[in-house]
Design a protein around this ligand. Structure first.
Ligand code: SF4
Length: 348
């Protein structure tokens, strides 16, 4: 006997132009689209896969939604994993019926649905998020997709205890390294761990520019931190600059800001200002750093970086320095060397 569509079912309404809509069928409701209207009552009792004629005469196919349709059409407030990444992760985590898996970062619940689909029957998903609103959204999306068993949503802060004795952990949060200790404690022997892939990372840092290269460096850097430093960030200049994507500037920022150690970060602003003030005459950041380090005591190095960067960014700008507002004008060789006729910013 062919199974028919019932009230409460989710149906993928596919139109002839390729547009699809995931709708829940409820008695007395209607769904309107650019190609016409569907009465839900007219759908109930029909066979899956049949063709319906809309009020405009256009055809619509009544399809049983795949988990990929449900996943891609969740109500989202976060980026979601894309199907090819999900498929890879399910294989990489070796999930199957009976597996117990932890998800850190419920997000919109899209990945949760895929995890539940993989581990049932007999398995369980423990989905954690520190934000109650994300937990509610993920739970609601799962419920709408018909996922009612096999998952527990739990509120939890970073680094807090996890469900013990699991086969796999999937971590989809911006700082997975803070969870490594507790993940190790939760996993069974030979358990598997995976974190969000580069594309997810790229989407998160897109606005910073050069996001592809940065995502690659971040991923490689995290791998090296775990493999070579036990998940801890090293403090020495030598160890920091050996990490992928970390140069002297970044290393000095980490040393000064994260560890309170001496460090002068020479960025483009610090470089320009140092040259204009003739504190260092060089284009090489390492030489400028060395010059500034000789001029100021170690206890002031972090302040030197910060003040030079901010002054360069907002006053001693590259193209039109605001010399008339600059408190360093009297001391500045660049300012005094400029020809009065050609300098628009110089006070008359
Ligand atoms: S006087 Fe002008 S060039 Fe000199 S430091 Fe100030 S803003 Fe820069």
């Amino acid at each position: 006997m062919t199974e028919t569509i019932r009230a409460g079912d989710q149906v993928l309404l596919a139109l002839e132009d390729g547009k699809t809509f995931l709708i829940r069928i409820d008695r007395g409701k209607r769904h309107s689209s650019h190609r016409g209207t569907v009465d839900h009552d007219n759908v109930i009792g029909r066979d899956w896969g049949t063709t319906l004629t809309l009020n405009t005469g256009a055809a619509a196919f009544l399809l049983r939604p795949r988990w990929i349709d449900k996943m891609m059409k969740v109500h989202r407030r976060t980026n979601i994993m894309y199907p090819k990444d999900v498929a890879f992760l399910l294989a990489d985590l070796d999930l199957g019926p009976g597996s117990r898996v932890i998800e850190i970062g419920s997000g919109s619940g899209a990945m949760t649905q895929a995890l539940v689909g993989a581990v049932l029957p007999g398995g369980a998903v423990f989905s954690y998020d520190r934000r109650e609103d994300f937990l509610e959204l993920a739970e609601r999306n799962c419920r709408l997709a018909g996922v009612r068993t096999g998952v527990e949503f739990r509120a939890r802060g970073a680094g807090e205890e996890l469900e013990p004795d699991v086969d796999a952990v999937f971590c989809d949060i911006p700082e997975p390294w803070v969870e490594l200790q507790v993940i190790g404690e939760a996993l069974r022997g030979s358990g598997r761990f995976a974190a969000a892939d580069s594309e997810e990372l790229e989407r998160s840092i897109h606005s910073t520019g050069f996001f592809r290269q940065k995502a690659k460096s971040l991923k490689n850097c995290c791998t090296r931190l775990v493999q070579e430093h036990g998940g801890e960030v090293p403090t020495s200049m030598e160890a920091l600059t050996a990490l992928p994507g970390v140069g002297r500037k970044t290393a000095n920022v980490i040393r000064a800001v994260a560890f309170g150690l001496p460090g002068i970060a020479v960025d483009t602003h610090c470089k320009r200002l140092s040259n204009r003030l003739e504190l260092a005459v060089s284009t090489d950041p390492a030489r400028i750093e060395a010059c500034l380090a000789r001029l100021y005591p170690e206890s002031r190095w972090a302040d030197v970086s910060r003040l030079f960067i901010w002054h360069g960014r907002y006053t001693c700008k590259a193209r039109r320095p605001l010399c008339e507002q600059c408190s360093l004008a009297d001391l500045c060789p660049f300012y005094h060397a400029r020809d009065t006729e050609s300098i628009s910013c110089r006070p008359k």
